[in-house]
Structures are given as C-alpha cells and as structure tokens.
Design a protein around this ligand. Structure first.
Ligand code: SAM
Length: 203
C-alpha cells in the first residue's frame, strides 16, 4: 500500500511539474548561491521601498527582505511572475503596489510625480548592469531618500578598471554624473560570473 501511494505521489508531482518548476528553481538557487542582503539598512526606520526588477526568482534575492516594510512598490515586465508573487502564499503584503512595466519608464513617472522611497533596491540581470550604472544611476539615486542597494559585477568592474574598490567605484560614478555619492558597502553575494556584489549607498 505504501508503495502505491508513493507511486501516486510521483505521478502527481510529474503532472504538477510546470507548477512546481518555480519552487524547484528557487530551492536550487537558495542552495547554490550565497546571498547576503544588507539587512542593516532596516534598522534605520525604513517606511517605503522601490524594488524594480523584482520578479524572476519571485523576490528571493531582495523582495523577501522587505517583508516588514508597509509601503513597497515593485516593478517588472514579467506579468506571470508578478501574478505568482501576489498570491498570498508568498507572504508579500496584499496592499503592496505591483506595477507591470518597464522599470526605467516607470521610474521616470514616479520622479515626475514627486514619489520618493526610503530605499531603492535594484537587482537587474547582470547583462543590464552597465546600462543601469552608466545610464540610469542618476534617477535611481534621486528617487531614494535613505539607501540605494545595487547589483554589481566583477565583469563591469574589470571592464572599467575599478579594482573592486569602494573609493574607485564611487569616484567613477561621481565623475560620470557630476554629483557626490556615498558608497558605504560592497558585499559579495555570489560567485556567478566571477563575482556578484551588492553596493550599498547611504544618502
Ligand atoms: C535578476 S532578475 C530579478 C530577480 C528578483 N530580484 C528576484 O529576487 O526574484 C531581473 C528581472 O528584471 C526583469 N526586467 C528586465 N528588464 C526589465 C525592464 N526594463 N523593466 C522591468 N523589468 C525588467 C526581468 O523580468 C527579471 O524578472
């Protein structure tokens, strides 16, 4: 009897495979990468956050750390993943503001409407880091009241000869945008592509 019920479970799992695929990929991801989000930012009375690029892993890289923040706006192009994230089993708050759209366009609109957030946390694809830093950093920094947390890569660092040094990265950004920034931390979060980091800016 026990054997039959095991077989039934396996058949059920097989037919639910598509549904389970997300859970499996998240589980694998959890096991394969060492993630270190700068949780200390939440000690500073964080009331609002903007999380563009929120959806591919259902928030496993960043969104899940914001669970105690009431006013959170999340943006992504991936409608299906956003719908999954809204499902209550993910524990994200039902009154969070999920926007399906292009992050850069939506951020322009938020700035035009004078909508700012205590934290902005950006976890774009590694292939988008160059565009994010070289074209969009100004808006990202502007929209944040207290902290900016950004994905960063060894790949970008080597291309621009920044030596994985906070001082050099800060100087690169300040020269490009002609305003002062305050880069307080650089945390290695995985070995993917030789090294992926979180940069933390405090305003
Ligand atoms: C690295 S994944 C984000 C993972 C997410 N932080 C998580 O923990 O699940 C990058 C995400 O950016 C989204 N994306 C890429 N380009 C975008 C754009 N221009 N506007 C909005 N979302 C975009 C993708 O759909 C994908 O979900």
């Amino acid at each position: 009897m026990a054997e039959i019920s095991k077989i039934k479970k396996r058949i059920k799992f097989f037919f639910n495979f598509k549904k389970n695929k997300n859970l499996i990929s998240i589980f694998k991801r959890k096991k394969s990468i060492e993630e270190k989000y700068p949780n200390y930012i939440f000690k500073g009375n964080i009331e609002s956050a903007l999380i563009p690029f929120c959806a591919a892993f259902l928030g496993e890289n960043d969104v899940k750390y914001f669970i105690n923040v009431n006013n959170v706006t999340l943006i992504d192009l991936d409608k299906d993943k956003i719908e999954i994230m809204k499902n209550e089993k993910y524990n994200y708050k039902s009154d969070w503001n999920f926007i399906i759209g292009d992050c850069w366009i939506e951020m322009d609109k938020l700035i035009e409407n004078n909508t700012f957030f205590d934290v902005v946390s950006v976890d774009c694809w590694t292939t988008q880091i160059e565009e994010m830093i070289n074209l969009h950093f100004k808006n990202i920094y502007k929209i944040a009241n207290k902290y900016v947390v950004l994905i960063y890569s060894k790949e970008f660092d080597e291309k621009y000869g920044l030596n994985k040094s906070k001082e050099t990265i800060q100087a690169y950004i300040e020269k490009k945008y002609e305003f002062k920034v305050n880069l307080i931390d650089m945390i290695k979060r995985s070995n993917f592509k030789g090294g992926i980091y979180w940069l933390v800016f405090k305003k």
